[in-house]
Each structure stands twice: as C-alpha cells, then as structure tokens.
Design a protein around this ligand. Structure first.
Ligand SMILES: NC(=O)c1ccc[n+]([C@@H]2O[C@H](COP(=O)([O-])OP(=O)(O)OC[C@H]3O[C@@H](n4cnc5c(N)ncnc54)[C@H](O)[C@@H]3O)[C@@H](O)[C@H]2O)c1
Length: 443
C-alpha cells in the first residue's frame, strides 16, 4: 500500500469511525477495485489470459483471439503450456494463476481448468479486477456458487459461464416458444444426458515429470496419481466433478431452467436413484441415473442418463420412435418440443413454424457466446449466462448428485438455497477443502 493511501486511510478512520460509517479499509478496497479494472473503449481489443490449457481452454482462447489478444497462458502441466504457446507464441507463460493475475494490463481471463479449480480462480480473478469467461460447470459445490455470485456482485465484474447453448438459435427458439405459451401449459420437462463411463479399477502410476500433481488436486485430499483421475477424465470422479450429471447437465439443465422460467431460482424437491453401481477402485460419479425434480409452478422435470445407440441396436436418435437422444424435451397441454445441438423438432411442425404473434416474454439474444462476453466487457452489461444463471444451472446438477448419493427425496428451498429440515443433506452443500487451497487462498 502506498504512503498516500495509508494517510488517506488514517484520516478516514479517525474522522468516520465515531460516526459508525463504512470503514476506511473497505473504501480503499473499493477504490482499488475500480482502479484495477482497465476500461475498454469500443475499438480496443481486450487483453485476455488463458488459465487451464486443455482442449477446451485452448479452443475457447482460439475463438476469443478473433476479437482479443491472448497475452498470457497458465497451466500446471508444462506439456499443455507448450501446446498453448504454439497457438499464442507471444503470450507470457505462468504456472501460478495468482502471479498472472498481478499483471495489471490484463482485462479478463478464460478459465479452462477442471471443475474443482473453477471457483477459487474465478473469485481471485474478479477480486483482481478482471472479467471472467469460465467454463461450465461453474462450481463444484452449491456453497462455492453462493460465494461466487456474491463476489461477482461486489466487484461488478462481468462473468460469462461457458454454457454456450444459450447463444444457439435452436435453444433460444425452443425456450422463447415455451415461455410464450406455444405448448399451452408447460407440465413436464425431460432432460436426457449421455450416460458416463463405468470404468475401473485403475492402477496408480508415476507422476509425469511435466505435471504438478499436488497443485492440480487443489482442494481435494491428496491421492496417488492415477492417470484416469487427471486430464479430461477427472469429470467422472466425484472428487473433482459430478460425472455427466454436471458435465452435460450444466448444458441441458441450463436450457430446462431457461424454458421453465426458473433461471434465477430452482426446484422445490429432488429425488434420485442410480441405475447401476460403480466398480470399486474405478470412476466414482454415477454413470447411469434418474433424477426427478418438482418446481414451485408445478412443472415436473426428469433428468436421466441415456445410452445412445444401445446394444440392442435401437436407433435412439429418432424422437418419432419415442426415444430421445441427449437434449431437452418440453411437454405442455398442446404438444412437445425437443431441442438438442443441431436439431429442433416438435409433435406438430406448426408449433415451430408459426411466428409468435403476441410475446409476453422476450429472452436475451446472443448470437455468439464469446462475442457476447467481449461486448459486455465493453458495455459492463450482464452477459447471457451471468454468474447467478451459471450457478443456478449447476445447482440443479449438484442437487441431483446429492440426491443420488443419499438415495432419498429431499425438499429444497430455492430462496434460502438450503434443504428443508435435513442436516445430513445440508452438510453436502460444501466440502472440506484441503489447505491452502480453500477460500483463504483468494481472500
Ligand atoms: N462448454 C463446453 O462445451 C465444454 C466442453 C468441454 C469441456 N468443458 C469444460 O472445460 C473445462 C476443461 O475441460 P478439458 O476437457 O479441457 O479438461 P483438461 O483436463 O483436458 O484440461 C484442464 C487443464 O487445466 C489445467 N489445470 C488444472 N488445474 C490448474 C490450475 N490450478 N492452474 C492452471 N491450470 C490448471 C490442467 O493441467 C489441464 O491442462 C472443464 O470444466 C469442462 O467441463 C466445456
């Protein structure tokens, strides 16, 4: 802290303390937050940093580089860093995201790390005055989400969740029709997710010399290195993620909430059961499951895993046969609409082809998820999938994962974000975080 700031703080403390006003340290914090954020004029190309250089992070950074400069890359795996530097040779390399965040010429970050690292990095970036494009699923726990939403509000940072289906015209069309009553009264939502792998048992192996396995594990209790726990397949371990329930669920449950009109709320009950047991010593997140939710407006949602191209040779990709691949099916008193990537269908084609004549609801329009983020960095408006929406979408997934583990019906208060009369379930809203990779890392 510089001397001028110290003197200002002192003067404020002595003159305002008696009046019970906002303390000086907080005013200084607000000032420094404002000073940290470098403003962007309409023609500036923002400077972005990529943290987490796996396939997804690099893909997103490549898309961002059409309108932004990728000035820094960060990873705990030297090989991954090398791959990122091939695409962005001028970028500065980092292995510690906290050092990267000290660069004050960076406007924003792309967070492509595994799920268990998203929140701490996102909170640290927002507190350092950076905007954030964070991969989904936005969080590992409901508690992380609540904290992240608070920090996004306090810092006024722009946070776009990487649930890019919101920027796709088919998903927008489906939700706009449902929200404007095209299906009559919406009664049921079916969310089909790909089933996950049921692999194992897996053997431990020597840690690759290029990887910092200790830091990679972050908040999770240290275990031996098992290749299947690490890059890519971390998502099938409950320690780091929630299986396809959170991986694909973050996409399709997000669309379901958008269509139901509950994107800043959630269900009031959840009940779940695994359809198959996992193999001891193998992946821990349930690979096949079904979850039933009820919303306060009476809509019932089933989220289930589906085996596409099943062993009996059924072509599950043909909705007219009554089987749906992964995607979202909205059913109301007048028919149904099914939407997935690259495809939208309805029980009667006219449900889609008739224009909406009287709109009671207009949904946010974004034609390109990354461009929407960059535009919002300039305008300071909320992006299409802001922190709360990203948190609420993955909350539906986390509720499903908790219900699957407890195997009983749970009642949920979406306002207080607590289970009702259920201390065992409420204890699962957060997890024990290994020090120093807990919230104290980013205070
Ligand atoms: N939006 C989409 O459609 C989509 C598609 C694929 C993946 N994703 C999401 O993107 C994220 C990454 O997925 P992936 O398949 O690229 O994973 P990955 O495991 O291949 O890559 C993650 C990278 O992050 C690095 N990393 C881990 N902890 C770090 C830390 N603290 N600091 C810096 N680097 C760190 C790892 O070493 C690794 O290189 C996941 O959350 C996943 O759900 C989203």
């Amino acid at each position: 802290m510089n001397t001028a700031l110290n003197r200002r703080s002192f003067l404020r403390t002595s003159s305002l303390a008696a009046a019970g006003a906002v303390p000086a340290w907080f005013l200084d914090y607000r000032e420094s937050m404002a000073a940290n954020r470098i403003s962007l004029s309409p023609n500036d190309r923002p400077a972005l940093a990529l943290i987490g250089c796996g396939g997804q992070g690099r893909g997103v950074a490549n898309r961002a580089s059409k309108s932004a400069e990728i000035v820094a890359v960060c990873d705990l795996d030297e090989r991954r860093l090398g791959e990122a530097l091939k695409s962005f040779p001028k970028a500065q390399r980092f292995s510690d995201f906290r050092k990267l965040l000290q660069r004050n010429d960076i406007h924003g970050i792309i967070n492509g790390t595994p799920d268990h690292w998203h929140t701490l990095i996102n909170i640290a970036a927002l507190k350092a005055g950076k905007d954030v494009y964070s991969e989904k699923p936005l969080t590992l726990t409901l508690d992380e989400g609540k904290r992240l939403v608070r920090v996004a509000e306090e810092t006024k940072g722009v946070l776009q969740t990487g649930s890019q289906q919101r920027s796709d015209e088919r998903f927008h069309l489906a939700c706009e029709l449902v929200r404007n009553g095209r299906l009559g009264k919406l009664t049921d939502v079916l969310v089909n997710l790909p089933s996950g792998p049921r692999g194992g048992p897996f053997a431990k192996a020597p840690v690759p010399p290029e990887l910092n396995w200790d830091v990679w594990q972050g908040q999770v209790a240290l275990t031996d290195y098992v290749p299947e726990r690490c890059h890519g397949s971390f998502r099938y371990w409950w320690d780091y993620s929630g299986g396809t329930m959170t991986d694909w669920g973050a996409h399709h449950n997000d669309i379901a909430l958008w269509g139901i009109g509950q994107e800043r709320s959630g269900p009031v009950s959840v009940e779940a059961k695994p359809r198959i047991d996992m193999i001891p010593g193998g992946y821990t997140a349930y690979s096949e499951y079904e979850v039933h939710y009820v919303f306060a407006n009476g809509v019932k949602q089933t989220t289930q895993s589906v085996v596409e191209n099943g062993p009996d040779g059924r072509d599950l990709k043909k909705p007219e046969q009554g089987h749906f691949p992964h995607g979202v099916k909205f059913t109301g008193t007048l028919g149904w609409i099914f939407v997935t990537r690259g495809r939208i269908e309805a029980s009667d084609p006219e449900l889609l082809t008739m224009p909406i004549l009287t709109r009671s609801q207009r949904l946010y329009v974004s034609r390109n998820h990354m461009e929407n983020f960059i535009e919002c960095m300039r305008t300071r408006k909320a992006p299409i999938c802001d922190a709360e929406i990203g948190h609420r979408s993955v909350s539906v997934c986390h509720l499903g994962v908790i219900a699957l583990r407890l195997k009983r019906k749970l009642r949920w208060d979406p306002v207080a974000e607590q289970f009702l009369d259920d201390p065992e379930a409420n204890a699962m809203l957060s997890r024990k975080m290994r020090k120093p990779y807990d919230y104290s890392l980013v205070i």
